[in-house]
Design a protein around this ligand. Structure first.
Ligand SMILES: Nc1ncnc2c1ncn2[C@@H]1O[C@H](COP(=O)(O)OP(=O)(O)OP(=O)(O)O)[C@@H](O)[C@H]1O
Ligand SMILES: [Mg+2]
Length: 267
């Protein structure tokens, strides 16, 4: 503790944002304080899921993460805090760029190699988490193997790789898994989402586990009620007794257990 969880995928629309919001609520229910950072500047979706007004604090948070302003200057307007049973969810502005604007994208691999940039940004994250009293920080990323995804892997204690069972995606995911290993992410967890009904969930889990050699922490079926919700609310809150809610809660539990058994990642 504290734990940074990076949520990533190869393809668009695999369910990362819905999963991030539902995991945040499920973890908070157990008494933890969870922060969410939405890194999609074009279409931030976490606010919509929580029915929050979009607040233009993203630039301010960016300035803080890049070391240009102090946390005092941003803390008051930083976030929307929602109480979820015993815990809280802190939703931070829509669209955070993890990579400072002044750094040229092609320089990032070099910075990662020399550890310079990750040290600064990881200290900024840890300070942010300390000041906001967060136990978990969930980072919802854009799809693909982007520079930002690589940086996020370098910061995270845990990565959640969300995939469907598309053949091309399965191959590309192997590259992302490998990258996570190379960057030393302590926990690499896979989640199959939008799995067609009729498939044997246990068999899918075993197959993926054998394919990647990493822990498959959830196999989530395609669910009409979630589709119908259309990202306008938090599924676990609207359908507390649904089997999908139970599956998401089981993933949340694994994140909590992993966090309890690990120390802060040294960067
Ligand atoms: N298990 C599921 N069953 C049915 N629909 C799902 C499921 N998971 C996600 N969806 C739907 O898929 C769509 C995409 O979900 P979401 O926005 O969470 O994906 P994303 O990975 O964040 O997308 P992007 O890559 O664009 O950021 C949403 O309409 C959501 O309701
Ligand atoms: Mg998304």
């Amino acid at each position: 503790m504290p734990t940074i969880v990076s949520i990533q995928s190869i393809r668009h629309g695999t369910g990362k944002s819905n999963l991030t919001a539902n995991l945040a609520v499920s973890i908070a229910r157990q008494g933890w304080r969870v922060g969410i950072i939405d890194t999609d500047p074009m279409a931030p979706s976490i606010h919509a899921l929580f029915n929050l007004d979009e607040r233009r604090v993203d630039a301010v948070l960016n300035y803080y993460l890049w070391g240009d302003v102090s946390l005092d200057q941003v803390e008051a307007e930083l976030s929307s805090v929602l109480t979820v049973e015993q815990g809280e969810v802190v939703v931070m502005g829509g669209g955070i760029d993890l990579i400072p604007a002044q750094i040229k994208v092609k320089e990032v691999p070099d910075l990662l190699r020399h550890g310079y940039d990750t040290t600064i940004i990881s200290q900024a994250f840890l300070e942010l988490m300390r000041r906001l009293n967060l136990d978990f920080l969930l980072i919802d990323l854009h799809p693909g193997i982007t520079q930002e995804a690589i940086l996020s892997l370098a910061l995270a204690n845990t990565v959640l790789l969300v995939l469907s069972l598309d053949q091309h995606e399965l191959q590309a995911m192997a590259v992302l898994v490998d990258l996570a290993r190379q960057l030393g992410v302590p926990k690499i967890f896979l989640i199959a989402n939008q799995v067609l009904s009729g498939l044997d969930v246990d068999q899918v889990q075993r197959r993926l586990q054998a394919m990647y050699g990493e822990n498959v922490v959830g196999v989530l079926p395609i669910t009409a009620e979630l589709m119908a919700l259309g990202s306008s609310g938090i599924f676990c809150q609207q359908y507390p007794h649904h089997s999908l809610t139970q599956r998401i809660q089981a993933i949340a539990q694994q994140l909590i257990t992993a966090a309890e058994h690990s120390s802060t990642r040294p960067n």
